[in-house]
Design a protein around this ligand. Structure first.
Ligand code: PAF
Length: 279
């Protein structure tokens, strides 16, 4: 696996691949790689000849008081994992390489970015859309892969790609879960042993909500019950919403493609999860 730190070196290498007719897949990450990320790389290998992975803890998607400084940075282990699964190129830029101090442009997917996680993490999705747009311009991938765990992020990125006619196919890959059902996340490492016992309830609340919906309970009661279950278990729930999966608008009875979205804090750790299903 080759490792580059500059946009110029990245472009030179990718240019030679493209000139040789190779198809390029891209997996953007913030590092601290777990089985979910490895799954993205493995899936990427099915869609292209070359797989590029980026590791960049993007400051513009963290709000004031969030965990930018403490976000786990595990470059050596990440490199070993990527090498072992056969990634072709790792892009490891510095903040200075990614952002000029005079930069003025922000990519913002209006409306969608202010809902749900965007309401609690103001500016978060503008930071995500801007860095993903920049990374796409740098890598110019044919296809890019993202985890379905960050369902709202994936919807923001799909919307951006569609609205701005970006020539890249976006593929969402299923969430990888621990045996307990807890969705894999770099932030799980913040949980204490006791919180780890409680954390799987987040996914259980999604499964219970789906069952209640299938049994015919009205959506408002399903959301209310899920919030109180989480609260009683020691979470500080942020939201629990039943949405249309296509645009994340609140679901109406009769909608068939649904996603349940949840975010809750356990101590200081903010966890998110979701469940997609059709009716
Ligand atoms: O999901 C992530 O790890 C990040 O939000 C992403 C897409 C790499 C952008 O920084």
């Amino acid at each position: 696996m080759q490792i580059v730190n500059t946009v110029q070196a990245l472009r030179t290498l990718i240019h030679t691949w493209k000139a040789a007719g190779k198809r390029v897949a891209f997996v953007p990450t913030m590092g601290n790689l777990h089985a979910g990320h490895c799954q993205l790389v493995t899936a990427a290998q099915q869609h292209a000849d070359k797989v590029v992975v980026s590791i960049f803890v993007n400051p513009t998607q963290f709000g004031v008081g969030e965990d930018f400084d403490s976000y786990p940075r595990t470059e050596a282990q990440d490199q070993e994992k990527l090498q072992a699964i056969g990634a072709d190129l790792l892009f490891l830029p510095s903040v200075e390489e990614m952002y000029s101090p005079t930069a003025k442009t922000v990519v913002s997917v209006a409306g969608l970015s202010e809902l749900y996680c965007g309401a609690s993490r103001v500016g978060h999705f503008d930071g995500v859309a801007t860095v993903v747009c920049k990374l796409f311009n740098m890598v110019q991938p044919d296809v890019a892969l993202f985890g379905l765990k960050d369902f709202q992020q994936l919807t923001v990125i799909r919307t951006m790609v569609n609205d701005l006619n970006m020539p890249v196919d976006i593929i969402g890959i299923d969430t990888v879960r621990e045996a307990s059902g807890l969705a894999m996340s770099s932030r799980n490492g913040y949980l204490t042993p006791e919180q780890r016992q409680t954390a799987p309830l987040l996914y259980q609340s999604l499964c219970a909500a789906r069952e209640a919906m299938v049994a015919g309970l009205d959506y408002m009661s399903v959301e209310k019950n899920a919030l109180s279950t989480l609260q009683n278990a020691g979470f500080q729930p942020d939201y629990f919403h039943i949405c249309r999966s296509v645009d994340l608008a609140p679901a109406q009875q009769g909608d068939t493609e649904l996603v349940l979205l949840v975010a809750a804090k356990l101590g200081k750790t903010r966890l998110i999860d979701n469940l997609y299903f059709t009716r």
